[in-house]
Design a protein around this ligand. Structure first.
Ligand code: NAD
Length: 308
């Protein structure tokens, strides 16, 4: 399998390192516009592999899309990250221009690839890829953001519940965050979560659950304030898990931003990811309790999309 990652910045290069070190990809290409950066990061990564078992060949290129030819998966992380105090939505102007350049280059050489979109505002950037490839190819376009938000949701539950209980992360299940990948548009579905098979309300008070939801929704902003730029380790893990679900044809249920024909846009939902892309979403009744919030989120994304 060949994977190309566009954008060799914090998120792209970290995802490259994680994917390459797991060794499930034969060839990995990093591409960036900054002269020599992708080549340097690729060299650094492949040198680190010499100390392990992975046989992934990692190369880098400054803007030469022919090096990405025949990729099975193209991951798009290029563009500008937010700074403290910014929303993801404020990046739409600059990142949509980057996205157009990237799509012109990447689709020319890998028209049949699965596209994993990471750049923000992610739902809108995912929509751009769907618009570019055509809705008939929407199942090959996966926005990565819900996987990260779901991990942050799980983290916030884990940290609170383990104050009074001995607990491991895998004891917490069904931490789904649907809706938009934005501070006000994401929807952590608290009533689906189980802790050791029991509902979250058996472990946390309503106030504590509200705190978990708020911390999850502000999760990216909290890290951006601490780091001075947006986070990259957990986002890169979200990319890795998505690419792995494709590579291993796992039919893995994950939160991802996907095209909803009934709304005419991409929004986060629970879908099954495999080598064909995504299938689903999961039974609409599963999110029935949250449909009002989901539709508010749809309208918020629609407004950002209007800026394209
Ligand atoms: P970064 O600044 O570290 O890296 C971005 C890279 O993109 C830079 O190296 C830059 O040179 C490159 N780039 C810019 N224009 C390009 C072009 N036309 N072609 C190729 N490469 C180009 O930023 P980062 O922290 O890696 O974040 C990247 C993007 O991912 C941002 O938009 C950020 O908001 C987003 N992000 C999304 C999630 C998510 O969950 N979806 C999580 C974290 C970050």
């Amino acid at each position: 399998m060949k994977v190309s990652i566009i954008g060799a910045g914090n998120v792209g290069a970290t995802a490259a390192m994680k994917i390459a070190s797991e060794g499930f990809v034969k060839e990995l290409v990093l591409l960036d516009v900054k002269e020599g950066v992708a080549e340097g990061k690729a060299m650094d990564i492949i040198q680190s592999l010499m100390m392990g078992e992975s046989e992934t060949i990692v190369t880098g290129t400054t803007g030469d899309y022919s090096k990405t030819a025949n990729s099975d998966v193209i991951v798009i992380t290029s563009g500008v990250p937010r700074k403290p105090g910014m929303t993801r939505e404020e990046l739409v102007g600059v990142n949509s221009k980057v996205m157009t350049m990237v799509l012109d280059g990447a689709t020319k050489y890998s028209p049949d690839a699965i596209y994993v979109v990471v750049s923000n505002p992610m739902d809108t950037m995912t929509q751009m890829v769907v618009n570019y490839l055509g809705v008939e190819n929407a199942n090959r376009v996966i926005g990565m953001g819900g996987a990260l938000d779901s991990a942050r949701f799980k983290y916030n539950i884990f940290m609170k519940v383990r104050e009074n209980n001995y607990l491991k992360p895998h004891n917490i299940r069904d931490c789904w965050v649907i809706g938009g990948h934005g501070d006000t548009t994401m929807i952590p579905m608290t009533n689906k979560v189980t802790v050791l098979g029991k509902p979250l309300t058996d472990y946390l008070t309503k106030e504590e659950i509200d705190e978990v939801v708020e911390a999850t929704m502000k999760g990216g902003a909290t890290l951006t304030k601490m780091l001075g730029t947006s986070a990259w380790e957990a986002p890169a893990q979200g990319i890795t898990e998505t690419v792995k679900a494709i590579a291993w044809n796992e039919n893995e249920d994950m939160c991802a931003s996907v095209y909803h024909p009934e709304y005419g846009l991409c929004i986060g939902d629970i879908v099954s990811i495999s080598k064909e892309g995504w299938e689903g979403p999961i039974d609409i009744d599963y999110i029935a309790d949250y449909i009002g919030k989901f539709e508010e989120s749809v309208e918020a994304i629609r407004k950002v999309n209007a800026a394209l």
